[in-house]
Design a protein around this ligand. Sequence first.
Ligand code: HEC
Length: 203
Amino acid sequence: MATGMLHSHTLFVVLFTLIYLIKTILLLSDRDELLEKFKKKTKVAERVVSFGFLATGIFLITQLPHSPFPTLMYIKIALVLLSIPLAVIGFKKKNKVLATLSFFLIVVSFSLAYKAKAAKAGDKIIALSGKEIFEQKCMLCHGNDGKLGVGGAKDLSVTQLQHSGIVDIITNGKNTMAAYKETLTSEQIEAVASYIETDLKGK
Ligand code: HEC
């Protein structure tokens, strides 16, 4: 449902931007007559597109993932809300600066939406499970069961350390084991520590 909405929203945004691109070009090139004609011809289409754009946008805002409401999204919504009155006044008064500024704001908010999406894709890497992190970063020395002991790596199945001790060694490293505070987030360190405790310790 939300994905379909997102696609319709993107479609409405693209159509909306296209209409405004043409209008802005006509305004900037002083083709007043053509602009009036274009405005008349696209009047209904523009209303439908604007309504669709806002309605799907509002729906998507209500569907946003719980806490924390992404900052980029706030900026984007503010830019869109700012660009609407600018466009209305700009085209009514045939003010080229306002019309261009408004078009520019729409394009900027468009690219912000893509940035936000890219950031979301990045989250997936952070969302790796403790097991996956262990397999990628730790198995080389500790083995998949924690017992391999490469280069003096401690046998994790017999570790006497409590949770905080495990977290501390992963975070800060010890002797030949590197610190992971730069390469893993604290959530990832927690996850891999819990994996050691539940799946390797005592097995
Ligand atoms: C380059 C090899 C190497 C890699 C990779 C490595 N370790 Fe280690 N690990 C060691 C060595 C060596 C020790 C023993 C350090 C000491 O006590 O001198 C150790 C110790 C530990 C200990 C302490 C065990 C105990 O009972 O004292 C934990 C917990 C641990 N590693 C977890 C991890 C985790 C989790 C990862 C992956 C994020 C990881 N290690 C990656 C080599 C490695």
